[in-house]
Design a protein around this ligand. Structure first.
Ligand SMILES: Nc1ncnc2c1ncn2[C@@H]1O[C@H](COP(=O)(O)OP(=O)(O)OP(=O)(O)O)[C@@H](O)[C@H]1O
Ligand SMILES: [Mg+2]
Length: 402
């Protein structure tokens, strides 16, 4: 591995980290219960329509690797690159030992055009995606990790990396405070709750707010919205943008929308997302809702293990995307009612343990009085449990007293 490497600009990154694999998983009691009582929750429309899928899936992946004429060099051992730096650095994958023209071509054709994408992908997945040998993939991934100095690091370096994390405001200061300042880049955040609790409204608001400056609670970028329930409404974006005094035409242009017609299509869209992220300066990825198609397509106990395997891989790919691009990935999820609950809230998030462990931050939404809604912090690695009240107004998500 050469210590000094030439840097190359990321003209267009088309990482393609996802591939569907069937994975066995032990099914626990909760999952059986979920299947049995799945009708209790709100299930989005399960209509399967293949129109448009072929077009989406055959979109050609472009990859480019223009040479940077500048003689800029860096010493990869000098210091651990921060997440922000990882975003802009793009070492030439041909610098990796044993990676020649043919291997580079295979990697790029499968969408692996940056070292970061290779380093964060399991070798087995790289093997499936690129039709390369097992040993070759292990070596490539290992070399990419060494080149980026990914491995053990001291906590002060982790702390430095955490400082590069950005947050997008939900529109409500109370909810922002509850979740540590807003939805966090590099993390997977899940909002789950019953129908009409404001999940979709928050997703719309985030699409508007991401476009603001960092000082105003945004990330100066666009949003990628994957809609599985056909509930995205540009009218709401217009109302929310007007509410913030923003030019709604510009705001609409900065939201890239895709309707996912079934779970396969949803997985394909996420595989194609890195190309869109690079082309459209995307700083936020949303899936509303992540579970709808999986719940309606995998019916019966016999399919549960397969469903959880596919869902698990899908969620891992989303999480990895958040880390590679240092952007927030936000998903919504439904609830099912547990009829055997004697005390307390009978609602439970769907998706079983696979979803419970996937998100970095989990927020439960409940109805309050009138237009008020309650957000409850369920799980976060660094935040206390707590609740916040917010309101859904015509001009967007607000604090109750606004
Ligand atoms: N223009 C508007 N002005 C005020 N409130 C609105 C407006 N549009 C929607 N709402 C509120 O948002 C609610 C719908 O919330 P939302 O669509 O986010 O629900 P959800 O949690 O996504 O539900 P589901 O599980 O059915 O997808 C409406 O019932 C209404 O209270
Ligand atoms: Mg919704």
């Amino acid at each position: 591995m050469p210590r000094k490497k030439k840097l190359e600009p990321v003209e267009e990154s088309s990482v393609n980290p996802a591939i569907v694999q069937e994975k066995g998983e032990n099914i626990d009691e909760d999952l059986f219960k979920e299947e049995i009582f799945s009708d209790e929750g709100t299930i989005g429309q399960g209509g399967i329509d293949n129109e448009g899928i072929a077009e989406e899936s055959t979109q050609k992946k472009k990859s480019s690797n223009k040479k940077n004429e500048s003689e800029e060099t860096t010493d990869s051992d000098a210091k651990m690159p921060l997440v922000d730096e990882l975003e802009v650095l793009n070492y030439n994958i041909q610098d990796l030992p044993g990676v020649g023209g043919t291997t580079t071509k295979k990697l790029q054709e499968a969408g692996y055009s940056t070292l970061q994408a290779i380093a964060m992908t399991p070798p087995a997945q790289l093997q499936d995606d690129c039709a390369l040998g097992e040993k070759t993939c292990e070596k490539i991934v290992q070399a990419a990790r060494e080149a980026l100095n990914i491995g053990f690091q001291t906590a002060d370096v982790v702390w430095e990396k955490r400082k590069s994390i950005k947050k997008i405001s939900t529109g409500s200061h109370a909810v922002d405070e509850l979740i540590g300042g807003g939805v966090e880049s590099g993390s997977l955040t899940e909002f789950y709750g019953e129908y009409r609790t404001g999940k979709t409204q928050i997703m719309h608001q985030l699409c508007v707010n991401v476009q603001k400056s960092v000082e105003e609670g945004g990330m100066n970028g666009g949003a990628l919205y994957i809609d599985t329930e056909s509930t995205f409404r540009p009218e709401r974006i217009v109302q929310m943008a007007n509410g913030q005094g923003m030019d709604y035409k510009k705001v609409l242009k900065n939201i890239t929308y895709a309707r996912a017609y079934n779970s396969d299509h949803q997985v394909i869209l996420v595989k194609d997302a890195p190309r869109i992220i690079a082309e459209h300066n995307i700083k936020l990825v949303i899936i509303d809702s992540v579970i709808t198609h999986f719940r309606s397509e995998f019916i019966g106990r016999g399919t549960l293990a397969k469903r959880q395997g596919v869902l698990n891989l899908h969620l891992h790919n989303l999480h990895r995307m958040a880390e590679i691009y240092n952007i927030p990935v936000v998903i919504t999820n439904q609830v099912m009612s547990k009829p055997d609950t004697l005390f307390g809230d009978p609602n439970q998030a769907t998706g079983g343990h696979v979803l419970a462990h996937a998100g970095t931050v989990r927020v439960y939404l409940k109805k309050g009085k009138g237009d008020e809604r309650i957000a409850k912090m369920i799980d976060a690695p660094h935040l206390p449990q707590g609740e916040a009240v917010f309101a859904i107004h015509e001009d967007g998500i607000k604090d109750v007293d606004e």
